[in-house]
Design a protein around this ligand. Structure first.
Ligand SMILES: NC(=O)c1ccc[n+]([C@@H]2O[C@H](COP(=O)([O-])OP(=O)(O)OC[C@H]3O[C@@H](n4cnc5c(N)ncnc54)[C@H](O)[C@@H]3O)[C@@H](O)[C@H]2O)c1
Ligand SMILES: [Zn+2]
Length: 353
């Protein structure tokens, strides 16, 4: 059996199991890790329809699929239903779905009766590579994404690449942008490995997906272990995301997150080159890898002013200056003295847009 990956954090550690078919081991894992508890599975409507429940013996709580339902209203509905079903402190939540579900169900677990344990069973590329690891949970509000939430680490994460078989092609592909982000910011050899394996990745080959998920989770977990609450180095995980969040807002979230990240990585790196922060040619290297994975690298025609306004309105921006984590060369982040972010040259960005 493949050795599970162990992610350490201030309050302990958890295993990330990455293996085709591994969601069948959920019941055994629950018995071992949480004896004497009652499990409640939370899944969205699409995932429940496509994959059923990974724990047929436990009650399944569904909510309507989509980012619009990662909300306080859904959180209230789910916690009310758990209370109505008399779930008590001896509860363990199983989050079965994409990043919307792991964020939302993780937040339910963080808050239900002041916090119960949870296990993440991600079912999208994006959630396996990124969202399910790191302990960030939460919901969106009218003012923006992820504005209400908590740090609450899962007690285990089960990544079963076989669960990706029902994922629509566009969703499958967009999540790969986060793997490119991990490679471009932290590991050029991982980037080379991805570019040698694009055909197998596109074909959802189980063994290649296991390696891909494993390397991304390792890279993310290392960064998170060093900087859990995002004061310093964790900012590297936001590479591409300053522009990505602005693109998402400017399109009223019609643009999928991963596609926005792909475009954001390229645009931010082009700006970094013009600022003299990134080595010339780095943006093209990032773009080539994204293109090989059939991800977009150019923004669609949109209202550029809306994008620029959305950028300045982002919660992460301090005092009107937009900061971004920039790549220095493929696989290496740029530093600005002690800081892991730079003030982004908005004039240059506006020109590039
Ligand atoms: N907590 C974090 O660190 C973190 C990191 C990155 C992203 N996120 C969050 O993740 C969310 C995006 O996640 P996502 O892209 O996985 O979106 P998602 O959860 O909405 O899933 C995308 C779509 O695919 C469907 N789906 C999921 N798995 C399926 C399967 N196996 N078969 C068929 N359909 C399936 C879903 O119902 C949904 O319609 C955003 O809310 C983002 O903020 C969180
Ligand atoms: Zn992201």
């Amino acid at each position: 059996m493949v050795r599970p990956l162990v992610v350490r954090h201030t309050a302990g550690s958890y295993a990330v199991i990455i293996r085709s078919g591994s969601r069948a081991d959920l019941a055994a894992l629950l018995n071992e890790r949480h004896p004497g508890t009652r499990a409640a599975v939370i899944a969205d409507s699409n995932v429940a329809a496509a994959l059923g429940s990974p724990l047929p013996a436990a009650p399944l709580f569904t909510f309507p699929a989509g980012e619009a339902h990662k909300s306080r209203a859904t959180w209230a509905d789910l916690t009310d239903r758990l209370l109505a079903e008399r779930f008590d402190r001896q509860t363990v939540i199983v989050a079965f779905g994409g990043g919307v579900t792991t964020d939302l169900a993780g937040f339910v677990a963080a808050t239900f009766l002041r916090g119960v344990p949870w296990i993440a069973v991600p079912t999208t590329t994006l959630a396996m590579l990124d969202a399910a690891v790191g302990g960030k949970t939460g919901v969106d509000t009218g003012a923006g994404k992820n504005l209400v939430g908590a740090f609450h680490w899962p007690s285990a994460v089960i990544c079963d690449p076989a669960a990706l078989s029902t994922l629509p092609e566009r969703s499958y592909r967009e999540g790969l942008a986060e793997a490119v982000k991990h490679a471009a910011t932290l590991d050029d050899r991982y980037g080379e490995w991805i570019s040698r394996n694009t055909v197998a990745i596109a074909g959802r080959d189980g063994a290649v997906l296991e390696s891909l998920i494993r390397r991304s989770v390792e890279l993310k977990a290392d960064v998170v272990a060093e900087d859990e609450r995002e004061s310093g180095r964790r900012a590297v995980l936001n590479a591409g995301h300053t522009v990505a969040h602005a693109l998402e807002r400017a399109t009223d979230y019609a643009m999928p997150h991963g596609e926005a990240v792909a475009i954001g990585l390229v645009l931010e790196t082009r700006v970094a080159e013009r600022m003299g922060v990134a080595r010339a040619g780095t943006a093209n290297q990032v773009a080539a890898l994204l293109t090989a994975l059939r991800l977009p690298i150019e923004p669609p025609s949109l209202d550029h002013e809306r994008v620029m306004n959305a950028m300045v309105a982002d919660k992460k921006n301090r005092g009107g200056v937009v900061h971004a984590a920039l790549i220095a060369s493929f696989g290496t982040m740029a530093r600005d003295g002690d800081a892991w972010t730079h003030a982004l040259d908005l004039r240059v960005l506006a020109e590039i847009l």
